[in-house]
Design a protein around this ligand. Structure first.
Ligand code: SF4
Length: 198
């Protein structure tokens, strides 16, 4: 059977295997059983793993977020975050900001939905993603209709939308970057910037 192990799986499986088989080979059968019984289950063995990337700076280090069901709320929640040793950018390392990401995830002040402040209001209120996206699209259309330049003063077609800019994230894939560029340029935007240069 062809079995491929990631670096993380190799370290996890290899560590337990070496400890047990070495004692057995030396004739300490009972000691091996006792030793095996004394080993606590790996604390992340029953969790669900999701690969993600750190959102805090343009380096975009790879992370693995572990989640498990909270017995009191019966809901899944993130229990641990660590660097992804298979990720080509950081090879498992995280700076202090990324290493503390679990605290940000659990923060009571964390914003989990779009916030909207109505004209004349002094406070932001949560709104649905559908509302937020419709609102953004409507404002973009109004601005483009009002400011789009189809031809310059010499009559040359330029199709420019000079009053809008686009900022994209550095954790995007090449494919996302390609589509982002096509959409922004297709609409006539001139100012396109990326988080990686900030
Ligand atoms: S772990 Fe640190 S260096 Fe890596 S992306 Fe997050 S903030 Fe940036």
């Amino acid at each position: 059977m062809n079995m491929e192990l990631s670096r993380r799986q190799f370290l996890r499986v290899g560590g337990a295997g070496i400890a047990g088989t070495t004692l057995g080979a030396l004739g300490f059968g009972e000691a091996e059983v006792a030793h095996a019984a004394s080993i606590r289950p790996y604390k992340l063995a029953m969790t669900k793993e999701v690969r993600t990337s750190c959102p805090y700076c343009a380096v975009c280090c790879g992370m693995i977020a572990f989640s498990a069901k909270n017995a009191q709320t019966n809901k899944m929640e993130v229990t641990h975050i660590e660097g992804d040793s298979d990720h080509p950018v950081n090879r498992g390392t995280l700076c202090p900001k990324g290493a503390g990401a679990i605290d940000y995830v659990r923060a009571k002040t964390r914003v989990k939905e779009p916030m909207y402040r109505k004209a004349g209001s002094d406070k932001f209120e949560p709104v649905s993603w559908d509302f937020a996206m419709d609102r953004i699209a409507k404002l973009m259309k109004e601005d483009r209709d009002a400011n789009f330049i189809e031809k310059n003063k010499d009559g040359v077609t330029v199709n420019r939308w000079p009053t809008m800019s686009f900022l994209s994230g550095s954790s995007c894939t090449n494919e996302t970057g390609w589509i982002t560029w096509k959409v922004a340029r297709g609409l006539g935007m001139l100012q396109i910037e990326n988080q990686a240069r900030i």
